[in-house]
Design a protein around this ligand. Sequence first.
Ligand code: EPZ
Length: 434
Amino acid sequence: MDKLVIRGANPLLGTIRVSGAKNAALPAMAAALLTEEPVILENIPQVRDIETTRRLLAEMGAEVELGYGRAHHRTTICCRNLASPEASYELVKTMRASTLVLGPLVARWGRARVSLPGGCAIGARPIDLHIKGLEQLGAQITQEHGYVEARAERLRGAEIVFDKITVTGTEDLLMAATLADGETLLQNCAREPEVADLADLLNKMGARIEGAGTVTIRVQGVEKLHGAKHRIIPDRIEAGTFIIAGALTGGDLNIAGCEPQHLGALLQKLEEAGIKTAHNAESVRVMGDGPLRAADMMTEEYPGFPTDMQPQYMALATQAEGTSILTENIFDNRFMHAQELVRMGANIKVEGCRATVRGRTPLSAAAVLASDLRASASLVLAALVADGETIIDRVYHLDRGYEHLEEKLRGVGAQIRRIGEMLPKRVLAPVVRT
Ligand code: EPZ
């Protein structure tokens, strides 16, 4: 298994570019199931979860073409014929976002068989709200042998109020409602930028959606959707990770190709922590030259502080003067990285959904273990300021959501390399014609 070796204490200097958003690309690829015409997606990040989604669609019988050379961030998907509207356990167990195919499959094909996602390192992540919503849209749902089976002649519009704000739940039902008979009103929706980006694509495909990005979304169902071309928004979590890298290492970093308006809560919190940033329409500059101050933080749904930035913020809090209290409100087991940071010399106490971080504690290099995607990012950040050479194991977690991370960080002065079975330059498989 690959490991990353990082020698700390280099300020990061220069410009680092952000890739397309994994969490916008995944639902966009699922949306291609809603039409028989080609959907062309640009700014697709080359990360493992995209490869898993390509395999998922190809297994169903879709044609998935991944661009090459200059077009290597483009993907063309055509779901004219599907052999079987099924998402196997083999794939769903590696990426729970595979459940995003449930709504589009039953909406267009009248049938879907999708494996239930198993356990997850960051906490309980059921899909009961996806299922409840599909039932309200008229689908007959059965569950057996670890699979959900959904059937419907044609879905029909309904009024759905989510019991809890769910990002992929909103996306799944939004896609299903586009082909339903009549109007659907979705309330208490997730307002994440990735939801609005999906609605943007669906409207380009001929859907009639209003209100995406707010708590209330209205969808007028249509008979058919057509193909479209769409550029995926930048990855705000990757951008946030780089901003913290610049602040932590005392560097001067320009994070280019991002959407600063998607980073409001993070930039505000960093200002509280004494970090100076400046931004224009598509980049953020961070100048990490002042002392870091402790600042409490709690994760919330968008536009609040993103849970996907909590582990990275914890790494920062270990280097801030004073005590920071971090409260995780979205997932019930998202502090796995804390003990690994303690191994590097941090002073962190976890009690339930709260972590108390006492800083500033110098970090020393150690062998540490990544447990999930964002936890591994926080270990990379801590290693960038630790004394000595840190070895991070199980970095396959990182490859799921960060494109060429070590190359990008090396480009701004980090001492970082990958050891173990060298991954081929491109993690993506060649074009598959089915
Ligand atoms: C999305 O996951 C993201 N993944 C996650 O990013 C992110 O952490 C999460 O939203 C929250 O922002 C993708 O977009 C692919 P939720 P999702 O449904 O949709 C509960 C990363 O690092 N819930 O909004 O699965 C659930 O248990 C990943 O890139 C139900 O109870 O999250 C959680 O406590 C990690 N029943 C809360 O809602 C349901 O049917 C929010 O989960 C659905 C969710």
